[in-house]
Design a binder for this molecule. Sequence first.
Ligand code: 13P
Length: 251
Amino acid sequence: MTTSRRPLIAGNWKMNGLAASMAQLGGMIAGVDSVVPRIDLMIFPPATLVAAFASRARGSRIGIGGQDCHVQADGPFTGDLSAEMLADAGAQAVIVGHSERRVGHCETCAVVQAKVLAAWRAGLMAIVCIGETQAERAAGSTLDIIGRQIAQSLPYKAPARDLTIAYEPIWAIGSGLTPTLEEIAQVHQSIRASVVARFGGEGENMRLLYGGSVKAANAAAILHLENVDGALIGGASLAARDFLAIAATYR
Ligand code: 13P
């Protein structure tokens, strides 16, 4: 049943990237022919670069998105950005609930769910991140944590084309550590069962990404697991060569 899901390779640049980084986006656009046509590619630059990146990538296979959005469309929220603003700048998607937002900015599952609705209101696809801490994994509660995050962070109804879930174990982010292939497969199977139970056929068609220390060296094994429909990549998405090498593991 994996055939109807188009894999997505997404690069989350986090707080990295200056105007000069346009050269890396240019390199991705120039090299994208080496990537099989059946997969989607997206880059999530810092907000300062969304408009310029979207303009540069227009007409290419690379979509551009934002890394977070406010729940409201506008108003007195100094320093925040709305989903409407991201869409206006040319974004097609937004990441919500990344652990660096949940932990660093005290975002609850309820806030994440409201951000998904804000993304949809603005016509953006939402990538919702979930994942356990090292202590939670050690305690054997990973599947419980994931189940709770799915139950509380996702809206009641969800069309598969507007929602992507990224499983990012917090301890695997930027650490060079990853769960074993069996562990990734187990969590993704559990997420699939949850979203199918909740959303039926839409849950079957929903893309489930893995994120956390994905590199060209480990990408092929991870991306070929059942119920892994792509990756959300941090550090290895900053350079065109690394990003394209991961995408090229699809044949
Ligand atoms: P790394 O690929 O740098 O581990 O980051 C993963 C991540 O947090 C993507 O959102």
